[in-house]
Write a protein that binds this ligand. Structure first.
Ligand SMILES: *Cc1c(COP(=O)(O)O)cnc(C)c1O
Length: 216
């Protein structure tokens, strides 16, 4: 399954984040041995435990809602935080990154789903955040793009519309605030059920769990 998905993604240079949440280290190692290096986790405790025992060249991505008080546990090693949805969280990530003398890459999570439960900023919130003076003072974070989760529905047109909206948010933020930064280039969208649609709509990074590892 891994090789098949990778072959599909290669057509558009889309990267794969293998979402290994709830799955044991042995299963991650198996996928690592097939060449996969980027893994995504949504719980801090699990992320720390797996990072400690698995190979050090794995790129760990934090993909789920992240509480400010937990940032310190992952800030030494996390490669990309997909789910930044407030200036408060970003300020804390910056503070912890400073302590470790590193720059932490982050994505702004944009709310694109119709469902209430999904976290994220509106485009206006995101624009306000990156235009703020406080944001300009954060030296140890780098915003490299946006992330979003579509509504969990069979309605493909709705999902496609939501992904298209995220791509449009990316384009507007790029033009308005990041036009001189080549590193602002990522659109993290697409999961097991909708990654093909996401790929068609311009995803640069899909987050796939159950299709790779089996149902949770
Ligand atoms: C669990 C999760 C995924 C992967 O979901 P699957 O449907 O298993 O592919 C992707 N993104 C986030 C934020 C998740 O929490």
């Amino acid at each position: 399954m891994l090789q098949q998905i990778l072959a599909e993604l290669a057509e558009t240079d889309t990267r794969l984040v293998a979402v290994s949440k709830t799955k044991p280290a042995e299963q991650i190692l198996e996928m690592y041995q097939q060449g996969q290096r980027i893994f995504g986790e949504n719980r801090v405790q699990e992320l720390i435990e797996k990072q400690a025992t698995l190979p050090k060249d794995i790129e760990w991505h934090a993909i789920g809602h992240l509480q400010t008080n937990k940032v310190k546990y992952i800030s030494a090693f996390v490669s990309l935080i997909h789910s930044v949805d407030s200036l408060k969280l970003l300020t804390e990530i910056n503070k912890q990154a400073l302590k470790h003398e590193r720059i932490i890459d982050c994505l702004l999570q944009i709310k694109i789903a119709a469902e209430d439960s999904k976290f994220g900023l509106s485009l206006a919130d995101a624009a306000e955040l990156v235009a703020s003076e406080r944001f300009s003072e954060l030296t140890n974070i780098r915003i490299v793009g946006v992330m979003g989760m579509a509504t969990f529905t069979e309605d493909e047109d709705q999902v496609r519309g939501e992904f298209r909206h995220l791509k449009s948010c990316f384009d507007q933020l790029k033009t308005g605030y990041f036009s001189d930064q080549a590193s602002f280039a990522e659109i993290s969208m697409g999961m097991s059920g909708d990654y093909r649609i996401a790929q068609e709509e311009g995803s640069t990074m899909v987050r796939i769990g159950s299709l790779l590892f089996g149902a949770r």
